[in-house]
Design a protein around this ligand. Sequence first.
Ligand code: N01
Length: 530
Amino acid sequence: MVDRDFDAIVVGAGFAGMYLLYRFRKMGLRAKAFEMGSDVGGTWYWNRYPGARCDIESMQYSYQFDPELEQEWEWTERYAPQPEILNYARHVAERHDLRRDIQFDTKVTAAHFDDDAEDWLVTTDDGRQTRAPFLVLAVGCLSSFNMPKIEGIDDFQGNSYHTGQWPHEGVDFTGQRVAVIGTGSSAIQSIPIIAQQAEELTVFQRTPNFSIPAHNRPQDPEYVRHVKENYPKIRAEAKTILSGVLWDYGNRKAVETPEEEIRRELEERWQRGGLAFLGGFTDTMLDERANQYAADFVREKIREIVKDPETAEKLSPKNIIGGKRLCVDTDYYATFNLPHVHLVDVSEKPVEKIVANGVQQDGKVYEVDSIVYATGFDAMTGSYMRIDIRGANGLELKEKWEAGPRTYLGLTVAGFPNMFMVTGPGSPSVLTNMLPSIEQHVEWITDAIRYVREHGKHRIEAEQQAEDAWVDHVNEVANKSLRAKVKSWYVGANIPGKPTVFMPYIGGLPAYIAKCEQVVANDYEGFKVA
Ligand code: N01
């Protein structure tokens, strides 16, 4: 049976899907969302591992489309914990009665453009099909969790967990011997908490990561009052900043600053905590010499915090700071001072296999009761690739993106009419505060659909030439940044066989918003509207 009652189909009911539903309803359009989870929240629905919290400060990591909500909602901590963010998503769903347009526990398996009907036919795993003229993929950038291909994973007799698929009822590791594989943001947040419970914790580290203390704390009521009184101004100002996050950014180059001043600046930022650590100088991500000041500073801190010099050395990253996504922690490095916490360096001798009673590396079996895979995601493209997406003339997205994702503005793909992506590859997305970036995309997409309909048209599609030019631009700006030189999930390096392409747009939010606005001002420049 094919359901044809809709103007638009939305895939995903995280923050992007929810706002899409809100906007479509305001426009008088009938939209339906399919969501794999049993509730709203997207990444905050799945990532329930111990210690999960957002490392963008909560006063800025929130929707801005609803000023009353902005005033009403109370964030309790500087960095909101996952349960609070999930509650916020649920609250928004209730406040705007969004759940009635969402079909939960449903996976979209295929989305095919029908050349004759000029609409999208979407197939779901409940065996049903739904048609609508417009399709919006709000599938998230870090939603397709990555289980490493280690021999014997299924042979393990204990409990296995992935940080991105954490059990809803939580896990109590009290009295257990636990292995954590991976040392990215998810591991760095969860390891100190797991260590508090576990009898013994062994961390298998392939690449050490730079992490800055969060200095998380309860919200200061004065600060909250100040932000709430000035929200429109603060939000507008944040959009003029590359990352979309309002911090105090330095305007000096490190390479032109005396060393003692660099140290003072870095120390001050270390004491304040958080991602703004990298914002002190304009050249940190552009000049290796400047980057080294910040990297050396953190390595020194690691040596100060971690008592055993050998462990401190293992925990010290050798690469560029900020090349991999910077982490923010509470007591991560200090956790390795605890006598029951062990670090195993697997950079040269990888985990060989998982056996019935533990993890085998370098011929030795580390016996454990539970294994936590904190091994990340097939980022940016993974969630698209797991759906069989076919555009005009049967063109497969998998085939089109074989050598890496190609998009126009990270919003659309040539050959895929009436299909949009929220924070797709080629947009600033993961390099920015996701909430404002999501809102900007959702507004652009829904405005584009309104434009098509109001002009008596029914089809909008990126031109090949516009897409090619955008991809060239995305690559050109990426190559100026040190980030493109590091093996990270930004370039797909964490997934064996994935093409190496810097996927997000690194030109910053202001330049990106200006480009999107220019496209609209020029009557959807780079698009065929028919
Ligand atoms: O995943 P990751 P994550 N054997 O890919 C290792 C966001 N996030 O879930 O670096 C051994 O960063 C892998 O090693 P290597 C944030 O954007 C945000 O932690 O590939 N190890 C790495 O250490 C973040 O960047 C928040 O050599 C293996 C780890 O697993 C992104 O999500 C919180 C391995 C994966 O790290 C992803 O973070 C959490 C193997 N076979 C996440 N395979 C906040 O807002 C992989 N690894 C705070």
